[in-house]
Write a protein that binds this ligand. Structure first.
Ligand code: AP5
Length: 184
């Protein structure tokens, strides 16, 4: 059965961790815009060179860099039977673009999963992880950017009745269980 899932949630809420588990379980690609961008930065591609400063500062990369990337990725053969989007859409413009793209691809998102975790827990998790953008200043900015954009995106999906909110402030296995129940 196809599964097309969108993961929403603040930095550190466990989107990447949980998307990877569900992707393995359902044998569908885990499409993380953050991972794609970090790979581009590491490879020093033109995308990576343009994205790097934004990422280092905790700002969103301009939509112009992201939209084509998503269109290409979801058009791959391996995404025909499902996918998990992690880190996209990040704002209403991206959400509206995705709606139109899915119509073109004759696909529907089955479920939008919104992981909720309090900010103080997020900061603690991210400081412990120590990715390049996991320093206190950048984390604070990533959280501000997230909170600024999240409400309209959540409203967008709430109106479509595809949104399910999951408590991400639980043991990892318990979060996986809650997500699996939500998508079954
Ligand atoms: P992105 O890579 O998407 O980063 P993020 O949203 O900041 O998310 P994180 O990877 O920090 O957190 P996560 O929710 O995936 O949590 P994780 O599972 O890793 O984006 C990075 C940058 O790229 C952005 O700032 C932006 O510049 C750019 N970008 C990306 N997409 C974009 C877009 N669409 N448009 C524009 N710009 C874009 O877990 C975090 C830590 O917590 C881990 O150490 C994990 O082990 C731990 N953890 C997870 N779950 C639990 C749990 N239940 N209990 C305890 N610890 C846990």
């Amino acid at each position: 059965m196809t599964k097309r899932l969108i993961f929403l949630g603040p930095p550190g809420s466990g989107k990447g961790t949980q998307a990877q588990k569900l992707s393995e379980h359902h044998q569908i690609p885990h499409v993380s815009t953050g991972d794609i961008l970090r790979e581009a930065v590491a490879q020093q591609t033109s995308l990576g060179k343009e994205a790097k400063d934004y990422m280092d500062k905790g700002e969103l990369v301009p939509d112009t860099l992201i939209l084509n990337l998503i269109q290409d990725r979801l058009s791959h053969d391996d995404a025909a039977n499902g996918w998990i989007l992690d880190g996209f859409p990040r704002n209403v413009n991206q959400a509206a673009f995705l709606e139109e793209l899915l119509i073109k691809l004759n696909q529907n998102a089955d479920c939008v999963l919104n992981l909720e975790v309090p900010d103080d827990v997020l900061v603690e998790r991210l400081l412990a992880r120590q990715r390049k953008d996991d320093n206190e200043e950048t984390i604070r900015r990533r959280l501000e950017v997230y909170h600024h954009n999240a409400v309209p995106v959540i409203d967008f999906y709430h109106q479509k009745q595809t949104l399910k909110t999951i408590d991400g402030n639980q043991e990892m296995e318990q979060v996986t269980k809650s997500l699996s129940e939500a998508v079954s």
